[in-house]
Each structure stands twice: as structure tokens, then as C-alpha cells.
Ligand binder design. Sequence first.
Ligand SMILES: [Zn+2]
Length: 84
Amino acid sequence: MLPFAIEVYTAQEKECDMILSEICRRIHGLHISVAEDVWPDGAILICVICGKEKKIDIDECAHYLALGWPKCCSRTMIAKQGST
Ligand SMILES: [Zn+2]
């Protein structure tokens, strides 16, 4: 048994990492493209319960598209077109 771990980064593992990085980059680009099409000026999030509003930019729209829309008062907030 070796006293320390030897990590071997094989060519196949390196290629897999490069492919995964490219897939992640393309998926992020997809979310940005959708956000730019749907909310070209950003959006305003609105809570349908308490009325709280929060202005978000395109990057935040893409972020919420990827990871889920934010909630307020235990309900998913709705988005309307933002204004510049
Ligand atoms: Zn609320």
C-alpha cells in the first residue's frame, strides 16, 4: 500500500473534462439566448402574495431559467417585462 494517493489524470479523463466543459458552456449560452429573447430589457419579478417586486437583468433571468425561479411567500414569483 502506498503512503499517499497517486492521482493519474489520463488522456481520456482530460478529454471527458473538456467535453463536459464545452457542454456546460453551450447550455449556459442557451439560457442566455432564451433570456435575451423573452426578456430583452430584463424582467421584474413579482410576488403574487405580498406584491414585492425585484428588477433582474438578463444574466439573472438566465440564472433562474437554469436553476429555478425564485420564490416569495412560499410561491414562485412571476416575471413581467422589465424596462430600461
Ligand atoms: Zn411575497
